[in-house]
Design a protein around this ligand. Structure first.
Ligand code: AMP
Length: 206
């Protein structure tokens, strides 16, 4: 868990490479149904593009379906739960083994997000300031055009931060009691964050 731009997607991709388990990003799922113009996509398009949270009922149904279908041997959840209601619903679906929270200030979030670009083919995330692709605007691995998410525009990010903060304190308090919550300083460089996350995963296992 963590605010938008904390590096959840990047860290999750590293974890799933090592553990060979699925990476379920609720943000990615929503962006994909919006792109495909499914019924769900039409329902949530405005909400996501405006940086608001999709309703708990819809999110819980979506995640339950996904977990039942694809995740018998565990999974990395990225972007879920975002409210206390979602956290409680998740506990009814599976046994949470650990929660990694990437702690990043709002100032850093704003700088990171306005420069973020994604490869639509591989999901790899670049940043035009801190982590440039070799050729401007192109994915290093496939050469395809990098895209900026609609909800990564500056005017939306403040709304997303507000939505995030208004619910996250309750979620953190909920998990604090379990002893499964590990807070990581997400302001450090990627390598450092990765090491801290793997150490936290190891501590959780023991
Ligand atoms: P993310 O890529 O995780 O930052 O998610 C992008 C957007 O998808 C968020 O700003 C929300 O509009 C929506 N979203 C993703 N996950 C959730 C969730 N668990 N609950 C409600 N809305 C979500």
């Amino acid at each position: 868990m963590g605010p938008p731009g904390a590096g959840k997607g990047t860290v999750a991709m590293k974890i799933v490479q090592i553990f060979s388990i699925p990476h379920i990003s609720t943000g990615e799922i929503l962006r994909s149904v919006i792109k495909d113009k499914t019924n769900l996509g039409k329902k949530v398009e405005n909400i996501v593009n405006e940086g608001k949270l999709v309703s708990d009922d819809l999110m819980i149904e979506l995640i339950k379906e996904k977990i039942d279908k694809d995740c018998q041997n565990g999974l990395v959840l990225d972007g879920f739960p975002r409210t206390k209601t979602q956290a409680k619903a998740l506990d009814a679906i599976l046994k949470v083994k650990g929660i990694i929270y990437l702690d990043v200030s709002d100032d850093t979030v704003i700088k990171r997000i306005s420069g973020r670009r994604t490869s639509p083919k591989t999901g790899k995330i670049y940043n035009i300031y801190f982590d440039k692709p070799k050729v401007e605007g192109k994915c290093d691995d496939t050469g395809c055009d990098l895209i900026q998410r609609k909800d990564d525009k500056l005017e939306t990010i403040e709304k997303r931060l507000k939505a995030f903060h208004s619910n996250m304190d309750a979620v953190l308090a909920y998990y604090q009691k379990t002893g499964l919550l590990k807070k990581i300083d997400g302001e450090k460089n990627q390598e450092h964050v990765k090491e801290a996350v793997f150490k936290a995963l190891n501590d959780l296992k023991n």
